[in-house]
Design a protein. Structure first.
Length: 154
C-alpha cells in the first residue's frame, strides 16, 4: 500500500463514520480499478486501518461496500480478496455491455426520458469498468465512484 490518507474537508472537523467509510471505499476502488490491488490479492482490514490512520470499523464498512459492488469477495474465516471473475462472469459482463449499448442506441433515436438514458449510461460505465478489471485493463475508479454514489441517490 502507498500510505495514502483520507482527507477530511477543511473546516468540517472529523468525518462521520459513514462518510469516512465512503472516502476509504473510494480510495480502495481507485486502487482496484487501476490494478494497484490486482484480482486475487488479499485485503487486510487491520493494515488498511493503520495505513489510513483510522479504526477498523470504517475500513470494514468500506470493504462491505466494495463487496456489494462486486469488487471484493468475502471468504469465510479467511478475510477478503479482490474479486477474480470467472470466464462465465466475463461473458455475462460482455453481454450486459452489448445489451446496454443497444438500449442506448434505441434511446438516442427516441424521446426517452433523460433520466432513463443517463441511468443506462451509468450502468454501462459500471459494467464496462468491471469488464476492464477482469481483462486486466486499467480503468478510472474516480468516475466509477461518482456514478456509484449517483446511482444510490433517490
Amino acid at each position: 500500500m502507498t500510505g495514502e490518507t483520507v482527507e477530511r474537508p477543511h473546516g468540517q472537523g472529523v468525518l462521520q463514520p459513514y462518510s469516512l467509510a465512503m472516502a476509504i471505499a473510494g480510495k480502495l476502488r481507485d486502487r482496484i480499478l487501476a490494478h494497484r490491488m490486482p484480482p486475487g490479492s488479499e485485503v487486510s482490514d487491520g493494515a488498511l486501518a493503520q495505513e489510513f490512520g483510522v479504526s477498523r470499523t470504517p475500513v470494514r464498512e468500506a470493504l462491505k461496500m466494495l463487496c456489494h459492488e462486486g469488487l471484493l469477495t468475502a471468504h469465510v474465516r479467511r478475510g477478503m480478496t479482490v474479486t477474480t471473475l470467472s470466464r462465465a462472469q466475463v461473458r455475462e459482463a460482455e453481454q450486459l455491455c452489448e445489451l446496454l449499448k443497444t438500449q442506448l442506441r434505441r434511446e438516442s433515436g427516441s424521446h426517452a426520458a433523460d433520466v432513463s438514458r443517463e441511468l443506462t449510461q451509468q450502468l454501462l460505465q459500471l459494467a464496462s469498468s468491471r469488464l476492464r478489471l477482469a481483462r486486466g485493463e486499467p480503468g478510472d475508479g474516480s468516475r466509477l465512484s461518482e456514478m456509484n454514489s449517483g446511482l444510490k441517490q433517490p
